[in-house]
Design a protein around this ligand. Structure first.
Ligand code: ADP
Ligand code: MG
Length: 242
């Protein structure tokens, strides 16, 4: 599903948090929103999901004006930084929960949950509870749960932000592979430049509620649009390319 953001602005208490944002996210791509803390990344993600309304501008989902469409009708999977798993449910039940809400006995759905368990490499952990998992494993369960509904869009807000650097690096490689297998249109928010540049097909650089540059990671690295972008990425992503 293509996401088109058209001239979108948002204020909180008279403060401009997003300022005339224009952005196209193509079907099946993995796009990272990166920028300093407070630059508006999460707000834009929450507006795409329908948790917040913009003050100005529109959101188009596959050519339909979705600006005033409810969260439920947008067909979106969302993963937050802090897991948000149900602690009284097993791994299997956590992943199954959104699909069981629809139809508990559908064999196709049962098969799908087993496929997702394989995909996150936690088949052997299906009967465990979240408290018996590491942070990285919990976040894989959260991703599987978000994918279980077959969403048309996957939104990830600092999904690996609570994990240590080694696990984060493993998970970004894993996410990249997962996206090749299930190429759902994905928007990934991070404040970690290296993570953004390693994972994404396209990177969007934010500063103070505005977009400074949009492009393929290597193109941004080679041709930063301005001094802010150049300084923001130069040291952090250098070792990806050299
Ligand atoms: P980022 O995700 O890039 O760190 P956010 O989108 O979370 O940035 O926040 C952008 C700005 O909007 C910040 O100054 C933040 O304090 C403010 N903000 C975000 N959500 C709210 C809210 N619900 N009420 C008031 N201010 C908010
Ligand atoms: Mg944020």
């Amino acid at each position: 599903m293509t996401i088109l953001i058209e001239n979108l602005s948002k204020n909180f208490n008279q403060n401009r948090v997003l300022n005339h944002i224009n952005l196209e996210i193509k079907t099946g791509s993995l796009v990272a929103l990166v920028g300093p803390s407070g630059s508006g990344k999460s707000t834009l993600l929450r507006i795409i999901a329908g948790f917040e309304k913009p003050d100005q501008g529109r959101i188009w989902l596959s050519g339909t004006n979705a600006t005033n469409i409810s969260i439920q009708k947008r067909d979106i999977g969302f993963v937050f930084q802090n897991y948000c798993l149900f602690n009284t449910m097993t791994v299997y039940e956590n992943i199954a929960f959104p699909v069981f809400l629809k139809n508990k006995k559908n064999p196709y759905l049962l098969n799908k949950i087993n496929n997702l368990l394989q995909l996150i490499r936690l088949e052997k952990f299906a009967a465990r509870y979240p408290t018996q998992l590491s942070g990285g494993q919990k976040q894989r369960v959260a991703l599987a749960r978000a994918l279980a509904k077959n969403p048309k869009i996957l939104l990830l807000d600092e999904p690996f932000g609570a994990l240590d650097i080694k696990v984060r690096k493993e998970l970004r490689i894993w996410l990249r592979r997962l996206h090749t297998e299930i190429p759902v249109t994905t928007v990934f928010v991070t404040h970690d430049q290296q993570e953004a540049f390693e994972v994404a097909d396209e990177v969007v650089i934010f500063k103070n509620g505005s977009i400074e540059q949009i492009g393929k990671p290597k193109d941004i690295f080679d041709y930063p649009a301005n001094n802010f972008v150049k300084n923001y990425i130069s040291k952090k992503v250098k070792n990806i390319y050299f």
